[in-house]
Design a binder for this molecule. Sequence first.
Ligand SMILES: CC(C)(COP(=O)(O)OP(=O)(O)OC[C@H]1O[C@@H](n2cnc3c(N)ncnc32)[C@H](O)[C@@H]1OP(=O)(O)O)[C@@H](O)C(=O)NCCC(=O)NCCS
Length: 197
Amino acid sequence: MGMTDLTIKTGRLVLRPFEKADLDEVLSYYSLPDVQRYLDWKARDRTEAKSAFEAMRKQTRLSRPGDSLTLAVVRKADGKVVGHVSLRYMDATAAQAEIRFAVGPAFRRKGYGSEAVGAVISHGFAEHKFHRVFARTAGGNEASAQLLKGLGMRLEAHYREHALFQGEWDEELHFAILDREWQRGAKVSEISRHKVA
Ligand SMILES: CC(C)(COP(=O)(O)OP(=O)(O)OC[C@H]1O[C@@H](n2cnc3c(N)ncnc32)[C@H](O)[C@@H]1OP(=O)(O)O)[C@@H](O)C(=O)NCCC(=O)NCCS
């Protein structure tokens, strides 16, 4: 059965579905507490992290609400997997999608997160015709808030003590941007699809 794989290229990065060989690089950041909070599959040990990775590997298309597209963020210069970005199709009628992302600690503060997230948002607006893309992040997560603001996303809500997270009151920020507000098309240098066996 043929399958279409997506590749997005930016200045310094290639975004593509995860491959089996990426496992160890993903495990090096997947279980960190600040990354775990934003993942669909919690991983307390290597076995759980491995099955979470296998599930992410299957997130390659956005056909219907509930689907996620998860792309590995690979540095062109040395082929290292620096993180991943996921776009989830949330609502068909209103064309809404949620974006989540993580960059391994060794690769942070180099602009890779912004470059990758910007490219995936552009892809969502251009290819999937989403009307609005939103992101949720913890109240104290300055890196994530800074990244989202830097991309032009608007802080739309700050939920105070809306939930308990590991026994502590949680704060959550919601950022969003509409298709007509997004002017980042130029960030993506190339989007391609190729047939794989
Ligand atoms: C959030 C995260 C992806 C940022 O990745 P990154 O590659 O370091 O981000 P960038 O280098 O593109 O930085 C984006 C902006 O945030 C700022 N920033 C990055 N880390 C920061 C920090 N720890 N404190 C304050 N600002 C920070 C950068 O200076 C930059 O701002 P600028 O454009 O004004 O210079 C990364 O810290 C991470 O994986 N965190 C854990 C998982 C997470 O929080 N995911 C978000 C879930 S939605």
